[in-house]
Design a protein around this ligand. Structure first.
Ligand SMILES: CSCCC(=O)C(=O)COP(=O)(O)O
Ligand SMILES: [Mg+2]
Length: 235
């Protein structure tokens, strides 16, 4: 692999286990979000000025006619792991309370923490590109459990991107947008994700990319045209 000074990282299935997102973050969200719906009146006033109303009003109007209907819709989005940007925005708001109250702490893979420290010492730049909202990304990296302490690793991350900012993670132009934003050539960057479509898209943008294998990931080694890694130690 040639020289690189820029690393773009996915989150779920790459730096943390998919089980953390599915068994910690999502259940926490499902338990708490109904209390947010209690704050607003239904049918939702899509021109209302209450902050929570404005967020919920981004969901399709056919689902915001009643609290019950919207609750069902949101539960279905989570159950199917739909990367809906309004859902991701709502999740970030709910998770913030969980992080701040100490109810959520993040287990990043040890090789990821070691790599972040190493890349930081080497002067390399790390960026995050996740379906999770930028708010949720920053919360995750600021509440990392490491040995017996909670570490804030946001000082190891130079920038954050999500699909609302640069576009779909499975379109190569999204990676071109990121490269343009950070003023980097594709040859100086690497991208790591558990999602083969994302890795294919970033590869098409000229970025050396790797499919990340972690326990529970659904990816299979069946695409010989892609490179695979199961840890960050040799990157
Ligand atoms: C930022 S923590 C929550 C992650 C999340 O909601 C998600 O959908 C992660 O998707 P990714 O693109 O990082 O695999
Ligand atoms: Mg992922």
């Amino acid at each position: 692999m040639g020289f690189y000074d820029t690393i773009i990282l996915d989150i779920e299935g790459t730096v943390c286990s998919i089980f953390f997102v599915q068994n910690v973050l999502f259940p926490y969200f499902l338990d708490k979000f109904p209390f947010l719906l209690e704050q607003v009146e239904f049918p939702l006033d899509h021109k209302g000025n209450v902050a929570m109303t404005q967020i919920l009003a981004k969901f399709p109007e056919r689902y915001t006619k009643s609290k019950e209907c919207l609750t069902t819709y949101i539960n279905e989005l989570v159950a199917n792991d739909i990367k809906d940007p309004t859902l991701k925005e709502l999740q970030g708001i709910v998770w913030q309370a969980g992080y701040e109250e100490g109810e959520i702490v993040v287990n990043l893979y040890d090789d990821v923490i070691e790599a972040l420290d190493r890349w930081n010492k080497e002067g390399k730049s790390v960026y995050i590109y996740s379906s999770g909202s930028i708010k949720a990304q920053k919360l995750l990296f600021s509440h990392v459990k490491f040995k017996n302490e909670i570490r804030d690793l946001t000082n190891h991350v130079k920038g954050y991107y999500d699909p609302t900012v640069v576009g779909s993670k499975i379109e190569s132009k999204s990676y071109e947008h990121i490269l343009n934003d950070i003023n980097k050539d594709p040859e100086s960057a690497i991208f790591l994700s558990d999602n083969m479509k994302e890795v294919t898209a970033s590869t098409q943008a000229g970025i050396k990319s790797f499919v990340v294998i972690r326990p529970g990931n659904t990816v299979r080694y069946h695409n010989p045209s892609l490179d695979f890694v199961d840890c960050f130690d040799n990157l």
